[in-house]
Design a protein around this ligand. Structure first.
Ligand code: NDP
Ligand code: HSE
Length: 439
């Protein structure tokens, strides 16, 4: 074990922890419980220099002398080597982490919102001072995903990253699928069970998944992708009818984050990044990812298809990823080196959603009489939306008509559905949803 005392003692790595909530508390626990193992793995002991919180009186679980409300002073203290940020949000974390990086402190953060909005500023500050910036916990919690993209697959050409990266919405959609209940009552149940936050906006409106998609696309395609480049739809509009329609066709509904390398209509290689609910076949591996779990598919030219699966949230799983980063940064410091820098040399443009064709499932209630199918099909043809499959089931007084299209743009599909909804023979447009995971 590296010596802790005497003239040849190894200098400890001193850590400033910003935030001591769900994740921070577990970071402190792991640092304490595994202190001896971490020392062996790093080659130097890791010590907490201070813990910044808002309300020190609330934190009886950590030594009182470490607590401070002065995060600004802590991050630039000469006594600190590494800053671990688990506060969340943009303010004051952006300023704190920029100050830390400018002062040469390496940073480990779980903050996807900050990285997706201000990642380039943070990387520039890290480069200017030669500090490390690690953020494995920001996407898919405990799942080692960013390091494989950033390091293991650095010799390959990644073409697609698609997955379930938000546990709250996956819990809600899984429960709707299992019970047949509607969105509002399932959200209420998820909140009661502690799976959805008091303000679920970031999760259910897709902001959280969009931040994660921006981070994944940036790493996968060596391009700066920010949250503003990501097309985003949440799950509020997913109805029990959508879920039932999916079920009837052997599909289920998932909120997907999809990052693709595409060729734009101009011929320019681009990136298309989107987050939206989609029907996927029940036989697709992502269909069996239930509850709060996350899973991500990566496709690369040489490596082929890979799937990463595990716990995407929670104090201990997220702290595991934070600790992994802390060990990496500490090892770099002991060795006198640096980890990987930002790789954004490809600078591919972001393709707007309007140019990204996707396939759709449309479910209609129609009058059950001659000529209905041909009237509906004519509207599709008029808007140049090609039909891949049609299923009609007669009922007592009307019929259910289900149409799956070939790839079409949002604009074409929207005008098609608007016109179909106005046909006298169409009683109701029951469900319109994108289809993924089948060719
Ligand atoms: P919590 O809300 O549980 O904890 C936040 C902590 O930050 C609290 O200790 C709070 O102090 C402290 N804090 C808030 N504002 C300040 C401030 N201005 N100065 C100093 N301290 C402050 O958050 P989580 O632990 O859940 O999340 C932390 C980060 O990890 C976020 O970026 C989140 O997105 C990310 N993350 C979280 C996951 C999870 O499952 N929870 C999963 C993956 C990532 P006090 O306690 O005194 O109020
Ligand atoms: N709110 C996030 C989720 C936490 O539900 O997945 C993990 O980032």
């Amino acid at each position: 074990m590296p010596g802790k005392e005497g003239p040849n003692a190894v200098k400890p790595i001193r850590v400033a922890l910003l935030g001591c909530g769900t994740v921070g508390t577990e970071v402190v626990r792991l640092l304490t419980d595994q202190a001896d193992d971490l020392t062996q793995r790093i080659g130097a002991p890791v010590e907490l220099a201070g813990i910044a919180v808002r309300r020190p009186n609330k934190h009886r679980e950590v030594p009182e002398h470490l607590l401070t409300t002065d995060a600004a002073a802590l991050v630039t203290s000469a006594d600190v080597d590494v800053v671990v940020e688990v506060i969340g949000g943009i303010d004051p974390t952006r300023g704190l982490l920029l100050d830390a990086l400018r002062a040469g402190k390496s940073v480990v953060t779980a903050n996807k919102a900050l990285l997706a909005e201000h990642g380039p500023d943070l990387f520039e500050a890290a480069d200017a001072s030669g500090a490390d910036l690690y953020f494995e916990a920001a996407v898919a919690g405990a799942i080692p995903l960013l390091r494989p993209l950033r390091e293991s697959l650095a010799g390959d050409r990644i073409t697609r990253v698609m997955g379930i990266v938000n546990g709250t919405t996956n819990f809600i959609l899984s429960a709707m699928d299992a019970t047949g209940a509607g969105y509002a009552e399932t959200l209420e149940e998820a909140s009661r069970l502690g799976y959805a936050e008091a303000d679920p906006t970031a999760d259910v409106d897709g902001f959280d998944a969009a931040s994660k998609a921006a981070i994944l696309a940036s790493l996968a395609f060596h391009t700066r992708v920010t949250a503003a480049d990501v097309y985003r739809e949440g799950i509020r509009a997913v109805s029990a009818a959508d879920i039932a329609a999916a079920r009837g066709l052997g599909r289920t509904v998932k909120l997907l984050a999809i990052c693709e390398r595409v060729t734009a209509p101009s011929g320019q290689e681009s990136v298309a990044v989107r987050v939206h609910p989609a029907m996927i076949p029940r036989t697709h591996p992502l269909a069996s990812v239930n509850g709060a779990f996350n899973a991500v598919f990566v496709e690369a030219d040489a490596a082929g298809e890979m799937m990463f699966y595990g716990q995407g949230a929670g104090g201990a799983p997220t702290a595991s990823a934070v600790l992994g980063d802390l060990v990496a940064v500490a090892r770099n410091q002991v060795a006198g080196g640096r980890g990987p820098r930002e790789s954004a040399y490809a600078a591919l443009p972001a393709q707007p959603m309007g140019h990204t064709p996707t396939r759709y499932h449309i479910s209609l209630d129609v009058a059950d009489k001659a000529g209905v199918l041909s009237q509906v099909a004519a509207v599709f043809a008029e808007h140049d939306v090609s039909i891949a499959a049609v299923r009609q089931e007669g009922r007592v007084e009307d019929a259910s008509l289900v149409i799956v299209t070939h790839a079409a743009t949002d604009a074409a599909l929207r005008s098609t559905v608007d016109k179909i909804g106005g046909l006298p023979v169409v009683r109701d447009v029951v469900s319109v949803m994108r289809v993924e995971g089948e060719e």
